[in-house]
Design a protein around this ligand. Structure first.
Ligand code: XUL
Ligand code: CO
Length: 441
C-alpha cells in the first residue's frame, strides 16, 4: 500500500514533558477522566473538506498545498484522497470523520452522474472504514458551492433549485446512512439574503423548514437513528444567514415543529461571529435540550470572518468542555475539527501539527473542566446564588403555586430589598485561573 505521508509518524501520547512535536503532550486516549476515557469524552473527528481538499486557495492567490495526491483524473484523485484520509486518521489516532458529498466524490455533469460517482467512492470508503476501524460522525450535502446555489438552496427563489437541493440532500443522506453515520448536518451555506429589497423572507423560511422536514422524514423512514443537526452561523457567505445563532435556530425549529428531532452543531468561530462566546452558544443549546455536536476551531477576534483556525486557546476549550460535561457529554456528537492551517503553513507536517495542537488543547480543556467540577467552588457558588428559590416565597415561585396577588402582597411588605448578594465575578474568574495555572495544578 502506497504511503502518502512518510514525513508524518504515528502520533502517540508522550506526556507533558515531551519535546517531540509529533507527540501528544496532553491527549492520552485511554486516560480516564470522570469515569470515562478521554477518547470517548472527546470523540475527535477529521473534517474531510479542510484536511483532504482545501489547498490554501484564497481570493489573492492559488493553493499552496496542492491536494491531488499524485493523480489528475478527478475520480482517481477522489480514490487516492480516500486512501490518504485513512492513513492520516490512523497516524493521528482519530476515530471519526465528517464529510460533504462533494468532498469525497467530484460533482458530475448531471445529478445522476454525481450520484453514481458517490456510489463508487462511498463503496471504497466503506471498505476503508472497516479496514481501519473508523466511523462517520456526520455527513452533509454541499448545497452552496455550485453556481446553481447562488441565491440559496432551500431558500432559493427558483423552485428548480429547491428541487435539486432536495434531491442532492436525499442522496447525501443515503450515503451517510450507508456509511453508518451517527449524525447529519444541515449548514445553511447560502440560506440567507444580501438585501431585503429582493427577498420574501416568510416564503424562504417556510420553504427551508419544509426542506428539513421532507429530508429528515425520508432519512427516518430509511432507518436513520442518528442525530440531525443545524449548524448556526450569522453571516458569510451571505450578509445575513437565517440560522444566525443557537437561540434563533431553536426558535425556528420550535415554530416549525422540528425541535423534537433536531439538535445543534455549535462551531466556535460561528459563535464569535455572532457576537457570542463559544460557551454561550453551547449553553443555549444545552438549556434548550438541543446540545448535539461541536465544530472545533477558533476565530481571530480582530477579524470579522470565519478563519477556521485550529483551536489552541485553552481557556476557551476549558469553558467549552465544562458545558459539554454539564450537558452530560456527547451521545452521537463529537468534536469535529472544522479547522484549517494558515496558507503559509503549507506542508502536510503543518496539518498534522495543527491537529495535534487542537487535540491537545481540547484534552487540556477536558482535564481542566473536570478539575473545575471536582473543585466544586463554582458549582457551590451557583447553587448558593439561587438558593432563595428553595424556601419561602422563592419555593412557591419555583413550584409555580404562587399567585400574582400573593406576590403583590408579599412585595408590599418588603420595604426596600436588602437581601441581594454580590455576583463575585472577579473572584470566580480567579478560581478558573487558579485551576488553569495555579500551584496546585
Ligand atoms: C462553514 C462550515 C461548514 C459546515 C459544514 O462555515 O462551518 O464547513 O461545518 O457544511
Ligand atoms: Co462548521
Amino acid at each position: 500500500m502506497k504511503e502518502f505521508f512518510p514525513q508524518i509518524p504515528y502520533v502517540r501520547y508522550e506526556g507533558a514533558k515531551s519535546y517531540n512535536p509529533f507527540a501528544f503532550r496532553h491527549y492520552d486516549p485511554e486516560r480516564v477522566i470522570l469515569g470515562k476515557p478521554m477518547r470517548e469524552h472527546l470523540r475527535f473527528a477529521m473534517s474531510y473538506w479542510h484536511t483532504m481538499c482545501a489547498d490554501g486557495t484564497d481570493m489573492f492567490g492559488v493553493g499552496t498545498n496542492v491536494k491531488t495526491y499524485g493523480e489528475s483524473d478527478p475520480m482517481e484523485i477522489a480514490k487516492a484522497k480516500a486512501y490518504a484520509a485513512f492513513e492520516f486518521m490512523d497516524k493521528l489516532s482519530i476515530d471519526y470523520f465528517c464529510f460533504h458529498d462533494r468532498d469525497i466524490a467530484p460533482e458530475g455533469r448531471t445529478l445522476g452522474e454525481s450520484c453514481e460517482r458517490l456510489d463508487i467512492i462511498s463503496d471504497l470508503i466503506a471498505e476503508l472504514m472497516r479496514e481501519h476501524s473508523k466511523k462517520v460522525l456526520w455527513g452533509t450535502a454541499n448545497c452552496f458551492g455550485n453556481p446553481r446555489y447562488m441565491h440559496g438552496a432551500g431558500t432559493a427563489p427558483n423552485a428548480d433549485v429547491f428541487a435539486f437541493a432536495a434531491a442532492q440532500i436525499k442522496k447525501a443522506l443515503d450515503v451517510t446512512i450507508k456509511l453508518g453515520g451517527q449524525g447529519y448536518v444541515y449548514w445553511g451555506g447560502r440560506e440567507g439574503y444580501e438585501t431585503l429589497l429582493n427577498t420574501d423572507m416568510a416564503l424562504e423560511l417556510d420553504n427551508l423548514a419544509f426542506l428539513l422536514k421532507l429530508t429528515s422524514d425520508y432519512a427516518r423512514k430509511k432507518g436513520f437513528r442518528g442525530d440531525f443537526y443545524i449548524e448556526p452561523k450569522p453571516k458569510e457567505p451571505t450578509k445575513h444567514q437565517y440560522d444566525f445563532d443557537a437561540a434563533t435556530v431553536c426558535g425556528f425549529l420550535a415554530k416549525h415543529g422540528l425541535d423534537k428531532d433536531f439538535r445543534l452543531n455549535i462551531e466556535a468561530n460561528h459563535a464569535t461571529l455572532a457576537g457570542h462566546t463559544f460557551e454561550h452558544e453551547l449553553c443555549v443549546a444545552r438549556v434548550n435540550g438541543a446540545f448535539g455536536s461541536i465544530d472545533a476551531n477558533q476565530g481571530d477576534m480582530l477579524l470579522g470572518w470565519d478563519t477556521d483556525q485550529f483551536p489552541t486557546n485553552v481557556y476557551d476549550t476549558t469553558l467549552c468542555m465544562l458545558e459539554v460535561l454539564r450537558a452530560g457529554g456527547f451521545t452521537n456528537g463529537g468534536l469535529n475539527f472544522d479547522a484549517k492551517v494558515r496558507r503559509g503553513s503549507f506542508t502536510w507536517e503543518d496539518v498534522a501539527l495543527g491537529y495535534i495542537a487542537g487535540m491537545d488543547a481540547f484534552a487540556l480543556g477536558l482535564i481542566k473542566a473536570a478539575e473545575i467540577i471536582e473543585d466544586g467552588r463554582l458549582d457551590t457558588f451557583l447553587k448558593e446564588r439561587y438558593s432563595s428559590y428553595s424556601t419561602g416565597i422563592g419555593k412557591k415561585i419555583s413550584d409555580r403555586t404562587v399567585t400574582l396577588d400573593e406576590l403583590d402582597a408579599y412585595a408590599r411588605e418588603l420595604g426596600d430589598i436588602t437581601t441581594n448578594i454580590s455576583g463575585r465575578q472577579e473572584y470566580l474568574e480567579s478560581i478558573v485561573n487558579d485551576i488553569l495555572f495555579g500551584e496546585r495544578s
